[in-house]
Design a protein around this ligand. Structure first.
Ligand code: ATP
Length: 266
């Protein structure tokens, strides 16, 4: 029970609108998880939804965020587990946790089991490592097949930065694979706009374009760090006055703040 409390997340607060860009991935998840969960009557036979999905791509671009928002949109019970904690933190308990996890998910449908770093239990390497790893992996596959045939509305969503390390047994089960790329220019602009929603800045359109050009190769989490850093400059300038200043008198974030922040973040 204690270990399960760590992975069962109360209804996530993240919403679909919190995810900037990622149009293709959102559409794929909408059709393969949200709609089938909300309208299971329409998704039978040829339209049967995938029971295992894989989000893959470089770190920090919204895989976890997507999983949480997906659970919120589908009104599903959400289990968030890092596969590496199964092999490190819960040594010896991993198999039991996996069994309980799938049982509880089955009892609380619709449910999404999100497994971050899924390669660490389902890699082709892990099965050669030791007995405990082999047993954990087998248990996972057995449980997966169990819910796939008995629990109509339990979905397993894996995430990985190293998709090539997954073995064949894993690939066969994670049939729907969705690439989560680094944000392109349009997506970076959307993320920046999203981060500044409800907060004032004095950047012109051309300056926003400049920030977008300066941040080629940034991940979503790099951009978040950059915007946070830029927004702190005006606060730091106030020195000790920050304790007394009227909030309305704090100046807007401006282009120079981004130039400073790029130097720090890089
Ligand atoms: P990891 O592989 O390291 O687990 P991840 O792909 O799961 O990374 P997240 O943890 O979802 O990435 O993203 C990290 C943070 O970056 C988010 O909490 C969010 O603040 C920001 N972020 C990333 N992508 C986006 C996006 N598309 N829209 C809005 N925010 C984003």
């Amino acid at each position: 029970q204690i270990i399960l409390a760590e992975v069962l997340v109360a209804k996530p607060k993240e919403s679909w609108e919190d995810i900037a860009g990622l149009r293709v991935a959102k559409q794929a998840l909408y059709e393969s998880v949200i709609l089938p969960t909300l309208r299971s009557d329409l998704f039978k036979g040829l339209r049967s939804p995938p029971r295992g999905l894989l989000l893959y791509g470089p770190p920090g671009n919204g895989k976890t965020l997507l999983a949480k928002a997906l659970a919120a949109e589908a009104n599903a019970t959400f289990f968030n587990i890092s596969a590496s904690s199964l092999t490190s933190k819960w040594v010896g308990e991993g198999e039991k946790l996996v069994r309980t996890l799938f049982e509880v998910a089955h009892e609380n449908q619709p449910a999404i089991i999100f497994i971050d770093e899924i390669d660490s239990i389902l890699s082709s390497r892990s099965s050669n490592e030791n007995d405990a790893m082999r047993r954990l992996k087998t248990e996972f596959l057995v449980q997966f097949d169990g819910v796939a045939s008995n629990s109509e509305r339990v979905v397993v969503l894996g995430a990985t930065n190293r998709p090539h390390e997954l073995d064949d047994a894993a690939r066969r089960r994670l049939v729907k694979r969705i690439y989560i790329p680094l944000p392109d220019a349009e997506a970076r602009a959307a993320i920046i706009r999203h981060l500044f929603a409800g907060q004032s800045h004095s950047l012109s359109r051309r300056e926003v374009d400049r920030v977008v050009r300066m941040t080629e190769g940034y991940s979503g989490s790099d951009l978040t760090a950059l915007c946070k850093e830029a927004s702190m400059v005006a606060i730091r300038e106030l020195g000790a006055d920050v304790r007394r200043v009227d909030a309305a008198r704090v100046r807007d974030v401006e282009m120079a703040d981004f130039e400073h922040a790029v130097g720090v973040i890089r």
